[in-house]
Ligand binder design. Structure first.
Ligand code: C2E
Ligand code: CA
Ligand code: CA
Ligand code: CA
Length: 280
């Protein structure tokens, strides 16, 4: 038994060391990713239930290291960016790149779709976000009501007074504010009604279990009821099946996003998707 225990320890310890090293390598690689131009964005369409047309897009960060064959998943590199604080700089790059792309699309005649950008809790609390956004609007000329920030519930869990004040300073500029992955965190209804939000996004983990699972139905229904009383737009993420879409449409969810409609797309493919969906 003792022998087994020792082996077990050796196994875990080697495994951990390996993972740490791998992480360090990636971290140093990440350090150069911006200057090496290794980041790019994909855009996932959001569909308005009422019209069946594209009404917006979510910008999603991608990393393709030049020294590696394949892309690294955001779930792997974003936590490292957050732990090292690099997410502030990279997050600003995402905001600026996405807004410039949006402007280009406007100049090409694309309808004024809402551009959603993910904001990390670290970025929200560390950087001077309201000033950053004000400068961004000034420099890129994006219409403020075309920009939506997707925030996580964890942002709200920290200093509530400070958070509410920052949210107001953002909302006063005319941009939209969304709570991402809603239902997975612990935000209380009391806090929620104090925040100047425009949108809630139902997390994929609930959508996934529709339309069979009764507790998923109960959660989705309560988010929809809550949104109605707070006058918020509701978006369902991770919609993969026609059955899920039909269920959410019947319950008057406003917008749908997921592989059923489209995976995240490069800029050119997104343009083609919007063209296609407008002509049909
Ligand atoms: P998220 O904000 O919840 O984004 C949705 C994720 O679900 C994306 O994964 C998207 O590709 C994926 N997805 C969309 N539709 C479906 C579907 O129908 N089925 C399934 N299985 N997945 C779907 P992705 O791009 O790997 O991003 C993962 C997470 O990384 C994001 O989750 C977000 O939290 C974070 N992230 C991505 N880009 C950024 C960024 O620019 N800044 C920050 N702070 N976080 C980002
Ligand atoms: Ca998101
Ligand atoms: Ca989400
Ligand atoms: Ca999610």
């Amino acid at each position: 038994a003792k022998q087994l225990g020792t082996n077990k320890y050796a196994f875990y310890s080697r495994d951990l060391g390996e993972r740490l090293r791998e992480r360090m390598v990636r971290e140093s690689g990440l350090h150069r990713a911006l200057e090496r131009d290794e980041f790019f964005l994909e855009y996932q369409p959001k569909i308005a239930v009422q019209t069946g047309m594209v009404c917006g897009m979510e910008a999603l960060l991608r990393w393709q290291p030049t020294t590696q064959g394949s892309q690294v998943s955001p779930s792997e590199f974003i936590p490292i960016l957050e732990e090292t604080g690099m997410i502030v700089e990279v997050g600003n790059w995402v905001l600026e790149t996405a807004c410039r792309q949006h402007l280009l699309w406007q100049q090409q005649g694309m309808p004024p779709l809402t551009l959603s950008v993910n904001i990390s809790a670290v970025q929200f609390h560390a950087g001077n976000l309201p000033e950053t956004i004000a400068a961004l609007i000034q420099q890129t000329g994006i219409a403020p009501d075309c920009l939506c920030l997707e925030l996580t519930e964890s942002i709200v869990m920290q200093d509530i007074e400070q958070t509410v004040a920052t949210l107001h300073r953002l909302r006063e500029q005319g941009i939209k504010l969304s709570i991402d992955d809603f239902g997975t965190g612990y935000s209380s209804l009391n806090y929620l009604q104090r925040m100047p939000l425009t949108e809630l996004k139902i997390d994929r983990s609930f959508v996934m279990n529709l339309p069979q699972d009764t507790s998923a139905i109960a959660i989705v229904d309560s988010v929809l009821t809550l949104s109605k009383s707070l006058n918020l737009t509701v978006v369902a993420e991770g919609v993969e099946t026609p059955q899920q879409a039909a269920f959410l449409t019947a319950r008057q969810c406003h917008q749908l996003q997921g592989y059923l409609f489209s995976r995240p797309l490069g800029a050119a493919a997104f343009e083609a998707f919007v063209d296609f969906s407008c002509k049909t």
